[in-house]
Design a protein. Structure first.
Length: 284
């Protein structure tokens, strides 16, 4: 299971980021908008080159700069690294527990298989970029909203409302990133640990509820990628069993792994240990 601890931490940090962006922006923008209101409303339909444009842009950029500063970079680097190390710690423990429970003996597995450190660093960098995209997109959008709104002579309260809506968009995206990244990371880490432990096959188990994609009696029977179907089709190793190195193929999409069949897929891949929980009647 994706680490709840890592997800909770990541979500909390992302929520704080969105809150800080919006609070700083409103604090900086509100006085300028109110002060400029008579000008830009009288000025509407004139030109965008008015001095108020410069003033308002300066005010937005003074805030957006805080979210590209070296200090901010250092902060999100720490957020990404902490998330990933928590997710990894939980994954290592889960993996050991699941193998040991299946085998019935406590054998110590390598906690950091070869290549894992590089992988964790690459994931951290990827997450840093994803986090950075939140303020980058937000402030770009806000510039458009504010300049467009002023050009159309909208009241500051109307512009503020549009900014608020944009803040909501950022908040939803931030939440999706946090959930999806932790779940994808968990999927990748499990697969690396399975490979390092010499496990060749896994069995896909779906979340067994009405939200499972492709579940004929669930909410999404016509989903493009069917977790329900993947967990049941037999490509020669038994129902729902796939090679760790290859994953499943569904409707022409290859390399589909549990936890990553589609965004927020909740499937897991149970390690198949020959003679323990796997009795292949064919050569797999
Ligand atoms: Zn799935």
């Amino acid at each position: 299971m994706p680490s709840k601890d890592a997800e909770r931490y990541y979500l909390g940090q992302m929520r704080a980021l969105v809150r800080a962006m919006a609070t700083d922006l409103i604090a900086s923008l509100e006085p300028a908008l109110k002060r400029l209101k008579p000008d830009y409303i009288a000025d509407s339909r004139v030109t965008l080159d008015g001095s108020w444009t410069d003033e308002i842009l300066k005010s937005i950029r003074s805030v957006s700069q805080r979210f590209t500063s070296p200090l901010f970079e250092a902060q999100i680097q720490r957020v990404a690294a902490t998330t990933i190390s928590r997710a990894d710690a939980d994954n290592a423990e889960d993996f050991r527990d699941s193998i040991n429970k299946a085998v019935g003996i406590d054998f110590q597995l390598v906690t950091k298989p070869k290549g894992m450190t590089d992988f964790l660093e690459a994931s951290t960098a990827e997450n840093v970029n994803l986090i950075k995209s939140i303020p980058a997109d937000y402030f770009k959008k806000v510039e458009t909203i504010v300049l467009g709104g002023m050009k159309d002579g909208l009241a500051p309260t109307t512009i503020a409302k549009q900014i608020q809506e944009e803040t909501g968009v950022s908040a939803r995206r931030a939440k999706l990133i946090a959930r999806d990244q932790v779940s994808q990371l968990n999927s990748d880490l499990t697969r690396q640990r399975q490979t390092a432990a010499g496990i060749v096959h896994y069995k896909v188990q779906d979340a067994d509820d009405v939200r499972v994609s492709g579940n004929p009696s669930g909410k999404y029977p016509n989903a493009k990628i069917s977790c329900w179907g993947i967990a049941r089709q037999d490509i020669g190793y038994g129902p729902g069993v796939y090679k760790v190195a290859e994953g499943a193929t569904w409707k022409g999409v290859t390399n589909l792994h549990p936890g990553k069949h589609h965004p927020l897929c909740r499937c897991i891949g149970i390690a198949m240990i020959p003679g323990v929980n796997y009795f292949p009647d064919k050569n797999g």
